[in-house]
Write a protein that binds this ligand. Structure first.
Ligand code: DAH
Length: 368
């Protein structure tokens, strides 16, 4: 009688390794090592062998029995270990658990990105300036006179500057004819001072957009905050006209609010532009046919029935501003504009209280 010992051993080893439960292993153990199992059958056949054949046969049968016993033991402890690590019960075909929303950009950041993207396609580059500014850049350089109400302590946060940061008043005064006040530090009240910074550093042609935080000591209510965001824009070159300003702002507003939006430029005053205008868009909620007068019944919650919404201030850059940054007289012309980002976002998303932007209420923020 002869057996293919190697094949039996390999088959058994394969089966044992594939067994993935205690029951399957037990079934195999019975199949191979049980009282009526394969090995018992093999050992039983020894009686039919000659005396010379028996020792060799016995050795091989013994070896197989020991080998299988060891394989079973190993497999059992392997499975136990896997179970302890939870690997055996891990079903890789099970759909994953949804990951809770990890976060998203703040609606103000999203609005800034949207606005800068539109202007970037129109050829404007984005620049930033410091939130702590000197009085010259924030006011004097922009042709805002010393007695202008926005320079009042009720309208601007002034900082106590350490003596070392204040330039020597006398020498500065003499050379540039500046006021000692020009070197007081403050939290910028608008993004317009970045016009001065950029123009002092670069010659035209320039097309720049400046997003950033601005500060005013306003009491907080549904439409005011002591810190908010603005975007400043300005373009300087030779022979820039008011028509360029209108075209640029119209293209911008139609991209942001939709092609159907209408624009209205109302004459206004800003010290740093001449002529100046405030710009309205037709109401995005009531789509009322815009009317020149505001005697409409106050039905619309967004425009109050006027049909128009103010979105920004703008104008042609004042020659005094060009002089202040050292541009040659009469060589350049340019336009500038500034808008409040919160206001734009409130109009775009129908938000009725500015405080919602700053309260970190996830129920609000998750909607964006
Ligand atoms: N700086 C103005 C403000 O804070 C906004 C503004 C108006 C900016 C007209 C401009 C402009 O550049 O031309 O109210």
């Amino acid at each position: 009688m002869s057996f293919d010992w190697t094949t039996i051993e390999q088959e058994a080893q394969k089966e044992i390794n594939q067994a993935s439960s205690a029951e399957a292993i037990e079934a195999l153990r019975i199949k191979y090592l049980g009282r009526q199992g394969l090995l018992a059958g093999i050992t039983g056949s020894i009686s039919s062998l000659s005396a010379q054949e028996r020792p060799e046969f016995g050795k091989k049968a013994n070896y197989l029995k020991n080998k299988l016993t060891r394989l079973f033991e190993e497999r059992v402890s392997q499975l136990k270990e896997k179970e302890a690590h939870g690997l055996e019960t891990f079903d890789i075909t099970l759909p994953g658990e949804p990951i809770p929303q990890t976060g998203s950009l703040h609606p103000i950041t999203q609005t800034i990105q949207e606005i800068t993207a539109i202007f970037s396609k129109l050829g404007f580059v984005t620049k930033e300036g410091p939130e702590v500014e000197n009085e010259y850049n924030n006011f004097s350089g922009l042709n805002i006179p010393l007695d202008h109400p926005s320079r009042d302590a009720f309208d601007t946060f002034y900082l106590k500057s350490p003596q070392s940061t204040v330039h020597s008043p006398q020498s500065v005064d003499k050379r540039y004819g500046l006021s000692t006040m020009d070197y007081r530090l403050l939290l910028r009240s608008h993004t317009s001072p970045v016009q001065i910074r950029v123009m002092k550093e670069h010659k035209p042609p320039l097309a720049v957009i400046v997003p950033g935080k601005v500060y005013r000591p306003d009491a907080v209510d549904a439409s005011h905050s002591f810190v908010f965001h603005q975007i400043e824009g300005f373009l300087v070159d030779q022979e820039v006209s008011f028509a360029d300003l209108k075209g640029t702002l119209t293209a911008f507003a139609q991209r942001l609010f939709g092609e159907k939006i209408q624009m209205r430029f109302r004459p206004h005053f800003f010290p740093f532009t001449e002529p100046s205008a405030e710009v309205d868009i037709s109401c995005i909620l009531c789509s009322r046919k815009p009317r020149a007068d505001s005697r409409e019944p106050k039905r619309c919650s967004v425009c109050g029935g006027k049909g128009w919404l103010e979105i920004l201030g703008c104008g042609m850059i004042h020659p005094n501003v060009f002089a202040n940054v050292g541009y040659p007289k009469d060589k350049y012309s340019g336009f500038a504009f500034g808008m409040g980002i919160e206001r734009i976002a409130m109009l775009k998303y129908g938000i009725n209280d500015i405080r919602l932007f700053y309260e970190n209420d996830l129920r609000f923020l998750r909607q964006f």
